[in-house]
Ligand binder design. Structure first.
Ligand code: NDP
Length: 448
Protein backbone atom coordinates (compact mmCIF):
# COMPACT_ATOMS: atom_id res chain seq x y z
CA UNK A 1 0.00 0.00 0.00
CA UNK A 2 1.41 3.39 -1.08
CA UNK A 3 0.48 6.72 0.47
CA UNK A 4 0.96 8.51 3.76
CA UNK A 5 0.45 7.17 7.29
CA UNK A 6 -3.19 8.28 7.29
CA UNK A 7 -4.00 6.28 4.13
CA UNK A 8 -2.19 3.23 5.49
CA UNK A 9 -4.10 3.46 8.77
CA UNK A 10 -7.45 3.70 6.96
CA UNK A 11 -6.59 0.64 4.87
CA UNK A 12 -5.50 -1.35 7.93
CA UNK A 13 -8.82 -0.50 9.59
CA UNK A 14 -10.76 -1.62 6.49
CA UNK A 15 -9.06 -5.00 6.65
CA UNK A 16 -9.63 -5.32 10.37
CA UNK A 17 -13.33 -4.42 10.28
CA UNK A 18 -14.28 -6.25 7.08
CA UNK A 19 -12.58 -9.58 7.49
CA UNK A 20 -12.76 -12.01 4.60
CA UNK A 21 -14.13 -9.40 2.19
CA UNK A 22 -11.18 -9.77 -0.16
CA UNK A 23 -12.71 -8.08 -3.21
CA UNK A 24 -13.65 -5.06 -1.10
CA UNK A 25 -10.08 -4.89 0.29
CA UNK A 26 -8.74 -5.02 -3.28
CA UNK A 27 -11.05 -2.26 -4.56
CA UNK A 28 -10.32 -0.05 -1.55
CA UNK A 29 -6.54 -0.57 -1.89
CA UNK A 30 -6.65 0.40 -5.55
CA UNK A 31 -8.41 3.68 -4.80
CA UNK A 32 -6.47 4.54 -1.62
CA UNK A 33 -3.20 3.82 -3.41
CA UNK A 34 -3.96 6.69 -5.82
CA UNK A 35 -5.08 9.30 -3.32
CA UNK A 36 -1.74 10.40 -1.83
CA UNK A 37 -1.22 13.38 -4.18
CA UNK A 38 -4.85 14.57 -3.85
CA UNK A 39 -4.71 14.44 -0.04
CA UNK A 40 -1.33 16.20 0.03
CA UNK A 41 -2.83 19.01 -2.09
CA UNK A 42 -6.04 19.14 -0.01
CA UNK A 43 -5.10 18.73 3.66
CA UNK A 44 -8.61 19.92 4.57
CA UNK A 45 -9.90 16.42 3.74
CA UNK A 46 -7.56 14.70 6.18
CA UNK A 47 -9.08 16.21 9.32
CA UNK A 48 -12.75 15.64 8.52
CA UNK A 49 -12.75 11.86 8.39
CA UNK A 50 -13.56 11.88 4.67
CA UNK A 51 -11.62 8.69 3.94
CA UNK A 52 -12.97 6.90 6.98
CA UNK A 53 -16.54 7.86 6.07
CA UNK A 54 -16.07 7.04 2.36
CA UNK A 55 -14.92 3.52 3.21
CA UNK A 56 -17.87 2.78 5.51
CA UNK A 57 -21.22 2.30 3.71
CA UNK A 58 -24.03 4.58 4.86
CA UNK A 59 -26.27 1.51 5.10
CA UNK A 60 -25.87 -2.24 4.45
CA UNK A 61 -28.90 -4.46 4.04
CA UNK A 62 -28.88 -8.24 4.11
CA UNK A 63 -32.18 -10.06 3.87
CA UNK A 64 -33.78 -13.45 3.34
CA UNK A 65 -35.37 -14.15 -0.04
CA UNK A 66 -37.67 -17.16 0.22
CA UNK A 67 -39.36 -18.44 -2.94
CA UNK A 68 -41.00 -21.60 -4.27
CA UNK A 69 -39.51 -23.42 -7.27
CA UNK A 70 -41.53 -25.16 -9.99
CA UNK A 71 -41.53 -28.46 -8.11
CA UNK A 72 -43.05 -26.84 -5.02
CA UNK A 73 -39.82 -26.85 -3.01
CA UNK A 74 -39.12 -23.81 -0.84
CA UNK A 75 -35.78 -22.18 -1.67
CA UNK A 76 -33.96 -19.58 0.39
CA UNK A 77 -31.46 -17.09 -1.02
CA UNK A 78 -29.73 -14.11 0.48
CA UNK A 79 -30.39 -10.57 -0.77
CA UNK A 80 -28.04 -7.60 -0.42
CA UNK A 81 -28.16 -3.87 -0.96
CA UNK A 82 -25.24 -1.70 0.07
CA UNK A 83 -26.09 2.02 0.06
CA UNK A 84 -22.56 3.32 0.06
CA UNK A 85 -22.58 7.06 -0.44
CA UNK A 86 -25.28 9.63 -1.20
CA UNK A 87 -23.23 12.86 -1.19
CA UNK A 88 -23.88 13.50 -4.89
CA UNK A 89 -27.37 12.06 -5.32
CA UNK A 90 -29.58 9.02 -4.72
CA UNK A 91 -27.73 5.71 -4.39
CA UNK A 92 -27.32 4.28 -7.88
CA UNK A 93 -25.92 0.93 -8.95
CA UNK A 94 -27.02 -2.40 -10.32
CA UNK A 95 -28.26 -5.70 -8.91
CA UNK A 96 -26.26 -8.85 -9.57
CA UNK A 97 -27.84 -12.33 -9.45
CA UNK A 98 -25.03 -14.90 -9.42
CA UNK A 99 -24.15 -17.76 -7.03
CA UNK A 100 -20.82 -16.08 -6.20
CA UNK A 101 -22.48 -12.96 -4.74
CA UNK A 102 -21.58 -12.20 -1.13
CA UNK A 103 -21.23 -9.08 0.99
CA UNK A 104 -17.58 -8.50 0.00
CA UNK A 105 -18.42 -8.56 -3.69
CA UNK A 106 -21.39 -6.23 -3.29
CA UNK A 107 -19.23 -3.84 -1.24
CA UNK A 108 -16.42 -3.82 -3.80
CA UNK A 109 -18.95 -3.03 -6.52
CA UNK A 110 -20.69 -0.37 -4.43
CA UNK A 111 -17.39 1.26 -3.51
CA UNK A 112 -16.29 1.45 -7.16
CA UNK A 113 -19.68 2.86 -8.04
CA UNK A 114 -19.18 5.94 -5.82
CA UNK A 115 -16.22 7.15 -7.88
CA UNK A 116 -17.59 6.00 -11.23
CA UNK A 117 -20.86 7.84 -10.66
CA UNK A 118 -19.02 10.95 -9.50
CA UNK A 119 -16.93 10.87 -12.68
CA UNK A 120 -20.06 11.03 -14.86
CA UNK A 121 -20.87 14.40 -13.28
CA UNK A 122 -24.56 13.45 -13.27
CA UNK A 123 -25.66 13.77 -9.65
CA UNK A 124 -25.83 10.15 -8.57
CA UNK A 125 -24.53 8.50 -5.40
CA UNK A 126 -23.07 4.99 -5.16
CA UNK A 127 -24.69 1.68 -4.24
CA UNK A 128 -24.93 -1.93 -5.39
CA UNK A 129 -26.94 -5.01 -4.59
CA UNK A 130 -27.86 -8.50 -5.61
CA UNK A 131 -28.31 -12.05 -4.50
CA UNK A 132 -26.59 -15.42 -4.53
CA UNK A 133 -29.56 -16.66 -6.57
CA UNK A 134 -28.46 -18.53 -9.71
CA UNK A 135 -30.81 -17.73 -12.61
CA UNK A 136 -29.16 -20.30 -14.92
CA UNK A 137 -31.59 -23.07 -15.81
CA UNK A 138 -34.51 -21.45 -13.96
CA UNK A 139 -37.89 -21.14 -15.67
CA UNK A 140 -39.45 -17.79 -16.40
CA UNK A 141 -42.01 -18.36 -13.64
CA UNK A 142 -39.25 -19.12 -11.11
CA UNK A 143 -37.37 -15.95 -12.10
CA UNK A 144 -40.57 -13.95 -11.62
CA UNK A 145 -41.30 -15.43 -8.17
CA UNK A 146 -37.73 -14.83 -7.08
CA UNK A 147 -37.79 -11.19 -8.26
CA UNK A 148 -41.12 -10.60 -6.52
CA UNK A 149 -39.83 -11.99 -3.24
CA UNK A 150 -36.60 -9.98 -3.54
CA UNK A 151 -38.55 -6.76 -4.09
CA UNK A 152 -41.00 -7.51 -1.28
CA UNK A 153 -38.17 -6.73 1.11
CA UNK A 154 -36.13 -4.26 -0.93
CA UNK A 155 -38.98 -1.88 -1.89
CA UNK A 156 -38.98 -0.12 1.49
CA UNK A 157 -35.41 1.08 0.90
CA UNK A 158 -35.91 2.34 -2.66
CA UNK A 159 -37.33 5.46 -4.29
CA UNK A 160 -36.53 7.68 -7.24
CA UNK A 161 -34.94 10.20 -4.84
CA UNK A 162 -33.49 7.57 -2.50
CA UNK A 163 -32.04 4.51 -4.17
CA UNK A 164 -32.34 3.50 -7.84
CA UNK A 165 -31.12 0.00 -8.81
CA UNK A 166 -30.45 -1.27 -12.35
CA UNK A 167 -29.19 -4.53 -13.88
CA UNK A 168 -25.80 -6.24 -13.71
CA UNK A 169 -24.69 -9.85 -14.20
CA UNK A 170 -27.81 -12.04 -14.33
CA UNK A 171 -30.22 -9.10 -14.25
CA UNK A 172 -31.51 -7.75 -17.57
CA UNK A 173 -34.73 -6.20 -18.88
CA UNK A 174 -36.85 -9.25 -17.93
CA UNK A 175 -35.79 -9.14 -14.27
CA UNK A 176 -36.12 -5.34 -14.14
CA UNK A 177 -39.69 -5.78 -15.41
CA UNK A 178 -40.63 -8.25 -12.67
CA UNK A 179 -38.94 -6.12 -9.99
CA UNK A 180 -40.73 -2.98 -11.21
CA UNK A 181 -44.10 -4.75 -11.32
CA UNK A 182 -43.80 -5.84 -7.69
CA UNK A 183 -42.59 -2.39 -6.56
CA UNK A 184 -45.58 -0.78 -8.29
CA UNK A 185 -47.98 -3.24 -6.73
CA UNK A 186 -46.70 -2.83 -3.18
CA UNK A 187 -46.34 0.95 -3.24
CA UNK A 188 -49.32 1.73 -5.51
CA UNK A 189 -47.07 4.21 -7.33
CA UNK A 190 -46.03 4.26 -10.97
CA UNK A 191 -42.61 5.59 -10.09
CA UNK A 192 -40.77 5.20 -13.40
CA UNK A 193 -37.45 6.49 -12.10
CA UNK A 194 -37.13 3.91 -9.28
CA UNK A 195 -35.38 1.38 -11.53
CA UNK A 196 -33.36 1.85 -14.70
CA UNK A 197 -32.73 -0.57 -17.52
CA UNK A 198 -36.47 -0.78 -18.25
CA UNK A 199 -37.60 -1.75 -21.76
CA UNK A 200 -38.01 1.28 -24.05
CA UNK A 201 -41.73 0.51 -24.43
CA UNK A 202 -42.53 1.58 -20.85
CA UNK A 203 -40.08 4.12 -19.55
CA UNK A 204 -36.70 2.72 -20.55
CA UNK A 205 -34.13 4.73 -22.43
CA UNK A 206 -32.83 4.05 -25.89
CA UNK A 207 -29.15 3.01 -25.77
CA UNK A 208 -29.27 1.75 -22.14
CA UNK A 209 -28.84 -1.83 -23.37
CA UNK A 210 -25.87 -0.87 -25.53
CA UNK A 211 -24.44 1.81 -23.24
CA UNK A 212 -21.78 0.02 -21.22
CA UNK A 213 -20.23 -1.79 -24.18
CA UNK A 214 -20.46 1.22 -26.48
CA UNK A 215 -19.09 3.47 -23.75
CA UNK A 216 -16.07 1.25 -23.10
CA UNK A 217 -15.23 1.36 -26.81
CA UNK A 218 -15.65 5.15 -26.89
CA UNK A 219 -13.28 5.38 -23.94
CA UNK A 220 -10.71 3.14 -25.64
CA UNK A 221 -11.11 5.17 -28.83
CA UNK A 222 -10.39 8.39 -26.90
CA UNK A 223 -7.26 6.83 -25.36
CA UNK A 224 -6.06 5.66 -28.79
CA UNK A 225 -6.75 9.08 -30.30
CA UNK A 226 -4.25 10.68 -27.90
CA UNK A 227 -1.58 8.65 -29.73
CA UNK A 228 -2.99 9.47 -33.16
CA UNK A 229 -4.50 5.98 -33.40
CA UNK A 230 -7.97 4.43 -33.61
CA UNK A 231 -9.86 1.14 -34.00
CA UNK A 232 -9.71 1.08 -37.79
CA UNK A 233 -7.95 -2.11 -38.91
CA UNK A 234 -7.16 -3.14 -35.33
CA UNK A 235 -7.48 -6.69 -33.94
CA UNK A 236 -9.51 -6.78 -30.75
CA UNK A 237 -10.36 -9.44 -28.16
CA UNK A 238 -13.38 -9.14 -25.88
CA UNK A 239 -13.95 -11.38 -22.87
CA UNK A 240 -17.48 -12.48 -21.98
CA UNK A 241 -20.47 -12.57 -24.30
CA UNK A 242 -23.10 -10.95 -22.10
CA UNK A 243 -24.62 -7.50 -22.24
CA UNK A 244 -21.41 -5.48 -22.04
CA UNK A 245 -19.39 -7.75 -24.35
CA UNK A 246 -21.94 -8.03 -27.16
CA UNK A 247 -22.33 -4.27 -27.54
CA UNK A 248 -18.61 -3.70 -27.25
CA UNK A 249 -18.21 -6.06 -30.23
CA UNK A 250 -20.92 -4.15 -32.10
CA UNK A 251 -19.23 -0.76 -31.61
CA UNK A 252 -15.71 -2.02 -32.41
CA UNK A 253 -17.01 -3.32 -35.74
CA UNK A 254 -18.83 -0.05 -36.42
CA UNK A 255 -15.51 1.78 -35.94
CA UNK A 256 -13.69 -0.47 -38.40
CA UNK A 257 -11.97 -2.81 -35.94
CA UNK A 258 -12.18 -6.61 -35.99
CA UNK A 259 -13.07 -8.59 -32.86
CA UNK A 260 -11.41 -11.97 -33.28
CA UNK A 261 -12.27 -13.64 -29.96
CA UNK A 262 -14.87 -13.63 -27.19
CA UNK A 263 -15.81 -16.01 -24.37
CA UNK A 264 -18.14 -17.18 -21.64
CA UNK A 265 -17.39 -19.08 -18.45
CA UNK A 266 -17.11 -22.36 -20.39
CA UNK A 267 -14.31 -21.23 -22.75
CA UNK A 268 -13.62 -18.98 -25.70
CA UNK A 269 -14.00 -18.83 -29.46
CA UNK A 270 -11.56 -17.46 -32.04
CA UNK A 271 -12.91 -16.36 -35.39
CA UNK A 272 -10.27 -14.85 -37.65
CA UNK A 273 -13.01 -13.63 -40.02
CA UNK A 274 -14.24 -11.42 -37.20
CA UNK A 275 -16.98 -12.33 -34.72
CA UNK A 276 -20.32 -12.52 -36.54
CA UNK A 277 -22.50 -10.30 -34.37
CA UNK A 278 -25.80 -11.67 -35.68
CA UNK A 279 -24.74 -15.22 -34.85
CA UNK A 280 -23.34 -14.20 -31.45
CA UNK A 281 -26.60 -12.47 -30.50
CA UNK A 282 -28.59 -15.47 -31.71
CA UNK A 283 -26.46 -17.91 -29.67
CA UNK A 284 -26.32 -15.83 -26.47
CA UNK A 285 -29.37 -13.55 -26.43
CA UNK A 286 -31.95 -15.68 -28.25
CA UNK A 287 -30.91 -19.26 -27.52
CA UNK A 288 -29.09 -18.66 -24.24
CA UNK A 289 -26.56 -21.29 -25.37
CA UNK A 290 -22.89 -21.88 -24.55
CA UNK A 291 -20.29 -20.06 -26.64
CA UNK A 292 -19.16 -23.38 -28.23
CA UNK A 293 -22.42 -23.33 -30.21
CA UNK A 294 -21.04 -20.31 -32.09
CA UNK A 295 -18.05 -22.36 -33.29
CA UNK A 296 -20.31 -25.29 -34.25
CA UNK A 297 -22.26 -22.93 -36.51
CA UNK A 298 -19.30 -21.17 -38.16
CA UNK A 299 -16.53 -23.03 -40.05
CA UNK A 300 -13.99 -20.19 -39.58
CA UNK A 301 -14.32 -20.36 -35.79
CA UNK A 302 -12.76 -22.68 -33.24
CA UNK A 303 -13.73 -23.24 -29.61
CA UNK A 304 -11.31 -23.82 -26.76
CA UNK A 305 -12.32 -24.85 -23.26
CA UNK A 306 -8.80 -24.13 -21.96
CA UNK A 307 -6.93 -20.84 -21.77
CA UNK A 308 -8.46 -17.41 -22.27
CA UNK A 309 -9.11 -14.85 -24.99
CA UNK A 310 -5.93 -13.13 -23.83
CA UNK A 311 -3.87 -15.90 -25.45
CA UNK A 312 -5.04 -14.56 -28.82
CA UNK A 313 -2.75 -11.87 -30.32
CA UNK A 314 -4.49 -8.49 -30.46
CA UNK A 315 -3.96 -4.72 -30.50
CA UNK A 316 -6.75 -3.91 -28.05
CA UNK A 317 -8.22 -6.02 -25.23
CA UNK A 318 -11.62 -5.31 -23.69
CA UNK A 319 -12.25 -7.42 -20.56
CA UNK A 320 -16.06 -7.43 -20.27
CA UNK A 321 -16.82 -10.53 -18.15
CA UNK A 322 -16.16 -10.38 -14.41
CA UNK A 323 -13.78 -9.40 -11.60
CA UNK A 324 -10.20 -10.70 -11.53
CA UNK A 325 -10.54 -12.56 -14.84
CA UNK A 326 -7.30 -11.08 -16.26
CA UNK A 327 -4.26 -12.00 -14.16
CA UNK A 328 -0.55 -11.35 -14.38
CA UNK A 329 0.11 -14.18 -16.85
CA UNK A 330 -2.64 -12.95 -19.16
CA UNK A 331 -1.20 -9.42 -19.02
CA UNK A 332 2.29 -10.71 -19.82
CA UNK A 333 0.91 -12.64 -22.80
CA UNK A 334 -0.97 -9.59 -24.07
CA UNK A 335 2.12 -7.37 -23.81
CA UNK A 336 4.27 -10.00 -25.49
CA UNK A 337 1.80 -10.09 -28.37
CA UNK A 338 1.93 -6.30 -28.75
CA UNK A 339 -1.29 -5.03 -27.12
CA UNK A 340 -1.47 -1.22 -27.17
CA UNK A 341 -4.64 -0.54 -25.17
CA UNK A 342 -6.82 -2.26 -22.55
CA UNK A 343 -10.16 -0.82 -21.44
CA UNK A 344 -12.16 -2.49 -18.65
CA UNK A 345 -15.80 -3.01 -19.66
CA UNK A 346 -16.29 -5.16 -16.56
CA UNK A 347 -15.75 -4.06 -12.95
CA UNK A 348 -12.20 -4.79 -11.69
CA UNK A 349 -11.48 -7.52 -14.30
CA UNK A 350 -7.73 -6.95 -14.08
CA UNK A 351 -5.85 -8.00 -10.97
CA UNK A 352 -3.44 -5.47 -9.39
CA UNK A 353 -0.51 -7.55 -10.76
CA UNK A 354 -1.90 -7.37 -14.27
CA UNK A 355 -2.38 -3.61 -14.01
CA UNK A 356 1.25 -3.24 -12.95
CA UNK A 357 2.38 -5.20 -16.02
CA UNK A 358 0.40 -2.88 -18.31
CA UNK A 359 1.67 0.22 -16.56
CA UNK A 360 5.29 -0.90 -16.82
CA UNK A 361 4.91 -1.70 -20.51
CA UNK A 362 3.33 1.68 -21.30
CA UNK A 363 0.05 0.11 -22.42
CA UNK A 364 -2.89 2.53 -22.43
CA UNK A 365 -5.06 1.26 -19.57
CA UNK A 366 -8.62 2.47 -18.92
CA UNK A 367 -9.87 1.37 -15.48
CA UNK A 368 -13.48 0.19 -15.19
CA UNK A 369 -14.72 3.06 -13.11
CA UNK A 370 -13.98 5.35 -16.06
CA UNK A 371 -14.21 3.01 -19.06
CA UNK A 372 -17.51 1.36 -18.13
CA UNK A 373 -19.20 4.49 -16.76
CA UNK A 374 -21.36 4.71 -19.90
CA UNK A 375 -23.88 2.25 -18.44
CA UNK A 376 -24.65 4.20 -15.32
CA UNK A 377 -24.44 7.50 -17.21
CA UNK A 378 -27.20 6.28 -19.54
CA UNK A 379 -29.16 5.10 -16.51
CA UNK A 380 -28.95 8.69 -15.26
CA UNK A 381 -30.21 9.82 -18.68
CA UNK A 382 -33.10 7.37 -18.24
CA UNK A 383 -33.88 8.97 -14.86
CA UNK A 384 -33.89 12.41 -16.52
CA UNK A 385 -36.32 11.25 -19.20
CA UNK A 386 -38.55 9.65 -16.56
CA UNK A 387 -38.56 12.82 -14.43
CA UNK A 388 -39.56 14.88 -17.47
CA UNK A 389 -41.96 12.17 -18.79
CA UNK A 390 -39.97 12.45 -21.99
CA UNK A 391 -38.32 10.03 -24.39
CA UNK A 392 -35.34 10.85 -26.56
CA UNK A 393 -34.39 9.22 -29.85
CA UNK A 394 -31.62 6.63 -30.13
CA UNK A 395 -29.41 9.13 -31.96
CA UNK A 396 -29.87 11.90 -29.39
CA UNK A 397 -29.23 9.54 -26.48
CA UNK A 398 -26.16 8.01 -28.10
CA UNK A 399 -24.75 11.47 -28.81
CA UNK A 400 -25.14 12.30 -25.11
CA UNK A 401 -23.45 9.03 -24.10
CA UNK A 402 -20.53 9.73 -26.44
CA UNK A 403 -20.17 13.21 -25.02
CA UNK A 404 -20.18 11.92 -21.41
CA UNK A 405 -17.46 9.38 -22.28
CA UNK A 406 -15.32 12.06 -23.91
CA UNK A 407 -15.71 14.22 -20.81
CA UNK A 408 -14.88 11.35 -18.45
CA UNK A 409 -11.77 10.61 -20.51
CA UNK A 410 -10.68 14.26 -20.54
CA UNK A 411 -11.28 14.61 -16.79
CA UNK A 412 -9.20 11.49 -16.03
CA UNK A 413 -6.33 12.76 -18.17
CA UNK A 414 -6.37 16.28 -16.81
CA UNK A 415 -6.51 15.06 -13.20
CA UNK A 416 -3.77 12.48 -13.79
CA UNK A 417 -1.53 15.19 -15.20
CA UNK A 418 -2.34 17.70 -12.46
CA UNK A 419 -1.83 15.26 -9.58
CA UNK A 420 0.78 12.83 -10.88
CA UNK A 421 2.42 14.46 -13.89
CA UNK A 422 1.54 11.62 -16.29
CA UNK A 423 -1.68 12.18 -18.27
CA UNK A 424 -1.71 8.49 -19.26
CA UNK A 425 -2.11 7.36 -15.65
CA UNK A 426 -5.86 6.88 -16.01
CA UNK A 427 -6.03 4.90 -12.76
CA UNK A 428 -4.78 7.84 -10.74
CA UNK A 429 -6.87 10.24 -12.82
CA UNK A 430 -10.15 8.32 -12.36
CA UNK A 431 -9.66 7.70 -8.66
CA UNK A 432 -8.53 11.23 -7.80
CA UNK A 433 -11.15 12.99 -9.97
CA UNK A 434 -13.98 10.89 -8.53
CA UNK A 435 -12.68 11.31 -5.00
CA UNK A 436 -12.37 15.09 -5.23
CA UNK A 437 -15.97 15.49 -6.42
CA UNK A 438 -17.33 13.34 -3.59
CA UNK A 439 -15.01 14.83 -0.95
CA UNK A 440 -16.10 18.39 -1.83
CA UNK A 441 -19.77 17.49 -1.44
CA UNK A 442 -19.22 15.52 1.77
CA UNK A 443 -17.28 18.40 3.32
CA UNK A 444 -19.99 20.90 2.42
CA UNK A 445 -22.70 18.64 3.86
CA UNK A 446 -21.00 18.28 7.27
CA UNK A 447 -20.32 15.16 9.28
CA UNK A 448 -23.29 12.96 8.40
P1 NDP B 1 -23.89 -10.62 -18.20
O1 NDP B 1 -24.44 -11.54 -17.18
O2 NDP B 1 -24.78 -10.14 -19.30
O3 NDP B 1 -22.61 -11.29 -18.90
C1 NDP B 1 -21.50 -11.72 -18.21
C2 NDP B 1 -20.66 -12.52 -19.20
O4 NDP B 1 -19.39 -12.81 -18.64
C3 NDP B 1 -21.28 -13.85 -19.59
O5 NDP B 1 -20.98 -14.12 -20.93
C4 NDP B 1 -20.56 -14.81 -18.64
O6 NDP B 1 -20.53 -16.16 -19.10
C5 NDP B 1 -19.19 -14.23 -18.73
N1 NDP B 1 -18.32 -14.69 -17.65
C6 NDP B 1 -18.56 -14.72 -16.32
N2 NDP B 1 -17.50 -15.20 -15.67
C7 NDP B 1 -16.56 -15.46 -16.61
C8 NDP B 1 -15.24 -15.96 -16.59
N3 NDP B 1 -14.66 -16.28 -15.43
N4 NDP B 1 -14.58 -16.09 -17.77
C9 NDP B 1 -15.14 -15.77 -18.93
N5 NDP B 1 -16.40 -15.30 -19.02
C10 NDP B 1 -17.09 -15.15 -17.89
O7 NDP B 1 -23.26 -9.39 -17.40
P2 NDP B 1 -22.89 -7.94 -17.92
O8 NDP B 1 -22.40 -8.03 -19.31
O9 NDP B 1 -23.99 -7.04 -17.59
O10 NDP B 1 -21.69 -7.56 -16.93
C11 NDP B 1 -20.33 -7.93 -17.21
C12 NDP B 1 -19.42 -7.09 -16.35
O11 NDP B 1 -19.63 -5.68 -16.62
C13 NDP B 1 -19.59 -7.22 -14.83
O12 NDP B 1 -18.36 -7.03 -14.21
C14 NDP B 1 -20.50 -6.03 -14.50
O13 NDP B 1 -20.41 -5.65 -13.14
C15 NDP B 1 -19.91 -4.99 -15.42
N6 NDP B 1 -20.79 -3.85 -15.71
C16 NDP B 1 -22.00 -4.05 -16.27
C17 NDP B 1 -22.80 -2.97 -16.57
C18 NDP B 1 -24.08 -3.12 -17.30
O14 NDP B 1 -24.65 -2.09 -17.69
N7 NDP B 1 -24.57 -4.32 -17.54
C19 NDP B 1 -22.39 -1.60 -16.20
C20 NDP B 1 -21.03 -1.50 -15.71
C21 NDP B 1 -20.30 -2.61 -15.45
P3 NDP B 1 -21.59 -17.24 -18.52
O15 NDP B 1 -22.87 -16.92 -19.20
O16 NDP B 1 -20.98 -18.53 -18.89
O17 NDP B 1 -21.65 -17.03 -17.02
Amino acid sequence: MNGNAHIKAVYAEIRRRNQGEVEFHQAAAEVLDSLGPALDRHPEYAGTGILERLCEPERQLIFRVPWVDDSGTVRVNRGFRVEFNSALGPYKGGLRFHPSVNLGIVKFLGFEQIFKNALTGMGIGGGKGGSDFDPKGRSDAEIMRFCQSFMTELYRHLGEHTDVPAGDIGVGAREIGYLFGQYKRITNRYESGVLTGKPVAWGGSHVRTEATGYGAVYFAEAMLATRGDGFHGRRVVVSGSGNVAVYAVEKVHALGGRVVACSDSSGYVVDEDGIDLGLLKDVKEVRGARISVYAEAKPSARFSARGTVYDVPCDVALPCATQNELGREDAVALVKNGVIAVAEGANMPCTPDAMAVFQEAGVLFGPGKAANAGGVATSALEMRQNAARDSWTFEETEARLASVMREVHAECRATAEAYGGNPEDYVLGANAAGFLRVARAMTAQGVV
